[in-house]
Design a protein around this ligand. Sequence first.
Ligand SMILES: *[C@@H]1O[C@H](CO)[C@@H](O)[C@H](O)[C@H]1NC(C)=O
Ligand SMILES: *[C@@H]1O[C@H](CO)[C@@H](O)[C@H](O)[C@H]1NC(C)=O
Length: 165
Amino acid sequence: MARLLTVAVVLLAGVKGLMATDPEGPSFTVEPPSFADFSNNTGIRLPCAAQGSPSAEVSWMYMDGTRITSVVRLRHVHPNGTLVLLPFRAEDYRQDVHATIYKCRASNQVGVIVSRPVRLRAGKNLRRFIHVWLCDAKLRFVYIFFPPHFTSFKIANLLLLLMEN
Ligand SMILES: *[C@@H]1O[C@H](CO)[C@@H](O)[C@H](O)[C@H]1NC(C)=O
Ligand SMILES: *[C@@H]1O[C@H](CO)[C@@H](O)[C@H](O)[C@H]1NC(C)=O
């Protein structure tokens, strides 16, 4: 009887162990923002992380699904999933690196998920504005960067556009 019980316990433990490693499709634990404006002096880090079982592999791609790679001195895909745009000199500006739309992708054997598009814009000598508004009785704010030639009329229009999105 005691032996039978042991067998039952071992069996149960086995089933529980199997359940703990049940395959599970990836889900984002950190999803990157929809907009990212940054200055060439600072660069920017776009975080992305996902969980799953087996653990999810995170990569970055363009809108058409092309996987992106690191570009020396400009763009680095960190193994932890963060996409790093490094500070850069004006002459190193590249539209396909600094002014494009990226998406983060997470995959494992069970499935693939893709993040919202991240619209990236870099500028040199950008003026920084802080835009504050009230939402759900809480103050929210966002930093917005503008090139120096932007007039306040253009800025007002851009703000409206941002808020409509
Ligand atoms: C991932 O790596 C980047 C670049 O080194 C770092 O800034 C960031 O904090 C790391 N994120 C996590 C979640 O470890
Ligand atoms: C950013 O661009 C400005 C203007 O071209 C330049 O003076 C500055 O050195 C650049 N920053 C870096 C980190 O190269």
